[in-house]
Every structure is written in C-alpha cells, then in structure tokens.
Design a protein around this ligand. Structure first.
Ligand code: ATP
Length: 238
C-alpha cells in the first residue's frame, strides 16, 4: 500500500476545472515529484492533499486512512507537513521561534531541545543564525528554515511547493542535497517543481502535470531521458 494515494482527483475554482482526474501515489521512503509549468496545477494539487481546497470528486488516502474531506487543521497532526511556496517564514521572529512554531503543529512535546539539535545537525546554517530574525535571512536560508520548521513536527511526509523558486543554482543544489539526506533518514517527500531537471535528479518517480492533467509519468531516471520531456521542459536547462 502506498503511503499517499490520490485517485481520480478533480478540483475546481468556481467554473474553472483546475485539476482533471489526476491519480498518483507516493510510497514510503521515496521522493516523488509533480513537475509542470506555471499554472499546470501543482499548488492546487498540494492544497487538495493538505485540506486547503476541497476536491469535487476523487479520493485521497494517507496511510490507508481517507483524508479527502479532512479539515486542513487536522492534516499536520496526521503526519503531513507543508513547506509552502514562497517559504512563508515569520519574518519578525527569530530562527528559533520559527522552529518552535513548527513544533506546535503536532501534539506538543515538553522539551524541544532534542528536536532543535536534530534540525541543526541537518541544517547547520540555522544553528549559526538561530537568534537572527527570519526576515533578514537569504532566500536559501529562509527555504532551509521553512524545511526545518516543517521537520519540527516530525512528519511522515513533507509536502514541498517549489522549494527552488527564485534561488541560484548552487543554493538549489544545496537544498536538494538536504532533501535527499532528509529522505535517507526516513521522511517521505512529495515535491512540486518547475525546475524539472534538478528535481528529477533527486526524485525516484515523477509525474508531469500539463493544464491540470498528468501527461506523463515514470521513474525519474527514465523521464530525465525522455525526448518529449527534454523538448518541452529540459531543453535549455541541460
Ligand atoms: P505556479 O507554478 O504558477 O504556482 P501551479 O502549477 O502551481 O503554477 P496552480 O496555482 O495550481 O498552478 O493553478 C492551476 C490553475 O488554477 C491555473 O489555471 C490558475 O490560474 C488556476 N487558479 C489557481 N488559483 C486560483 C484561484 N484562487 N481562483 C481561480 N483560479 C485559480
């Protein structure tokens, strides 16, 4: 059984049919990516999984439990943590305070020291900057903080919305290496991305979203060599 199973999902914004009958699976311990251009429906799909948007039809199961109509505030408690598009760190709060907010998402632990240490080991830049206001961090550091904040909830699965957005290639490499390390420590990852090539390099399996539909899917190692995909998405990024 897959950890996350999305089946025949349809999502509308009023009359706009944004997600058209899409199905995909995420197995435990994998990095799965949904790649696609602007407006393909990546964020809409993630928001449906995290309960922020209610699908018109279809189903979403997490660890065998149906969560299609579960309220958004209950989703993190089940073990799904979001890293939203644009990071959304609390700019006026310090790095430590941002991390602390992440811990509240799941049933409160009394002593967070162990949690902080776990995050700082994986994201050492955050330790150096733990007393700094999040708004003064660089874009890459803010992305790391958004990831660290999500990890504070000790999730089963991380849902990331375009973690590479607006970052320089070297910083993207850094972030993607961190994601690989997080996966190797046992956290499953579902990420949506426009940066198809970099993402497929770290993913196990990919789905291509086009105008709200899945147009292609397969092992990432195959997709990265697919002629149609190279022409459409990867051509000038090689
Ligand atoms: P981007 O990379 O630009 O974030 P995306 O792949 O995440 O793109 P979505 O944001 O999911 O795409 O949008 C999918 C479609 O739904 C687009 O056609 C978009 O215009 C439409 N859409 C998104 N949000 C709304 C909304 N609040 N109201 C109406 N239409 C919307």
């Amino acid at each position: 059984m897959a950890m996350l199973e999305v089946k025949d999902l349809n999502v509308y914004y009023g009359a706009i049919h944004a997600i058209k009958n899409i199905s995909f699976e995420v197995n435990e311990g994998e990095i799965i990516t949904l790649i696609g251009a602007n407006g393909a429906g990546k964020t809409t799909t993630l928001h449906a999984v995290s309960g922020l948007l209610k699908p018109k039809s279809g189903s979403i199961h997490f660890c065998g439990k149906e969560i299609t109509h579960t309220d958004a505030y209950k989703i993190p408690k089940l073990g799904l943590a979001q890293v939203p598009e644009g990071r959304r760190v609390f700019a006026n709060m310090t790095v430590m305070e941002n991390l602390e907010m992440g811990a509240y998402i799941r049933n409160g632990k009394e002593n967070l020291n162990e949690e902080y240490e776990r995050i700082f080991e994986r994201l050492p830049r955050l330790k150096e900057r733990r007393k700094q206001a999040a708004g003064t961090l660089s874009g890459g550091e803010q992305q790391m903080l958004a990831i660290g904040r999500a990890l504070m909830a000790d999730p089963e699965i991380l849902l990331l919305d375009e973690p590479s957005l607006g970052l320089a290639p070297l910083i993207i490499q850094d972030i993607f290496k961190t994601l690989q390390a997080i996966r190797s420590e046992g956290t499953t990852i579902l990420m949506v991305e426009q940066n198809a090539l970099a993402t497929l390099k770290i993913a196990d399996y990919g789905y291509v979203l086009e105008l709200g539909k899945i147009s292609m899917h397969g092992p990432a190692s195959q997709l990265v060599r697919d002629e149609r995909l190279i022409e459409a998405y990867l051509g000038n990024k090689k």
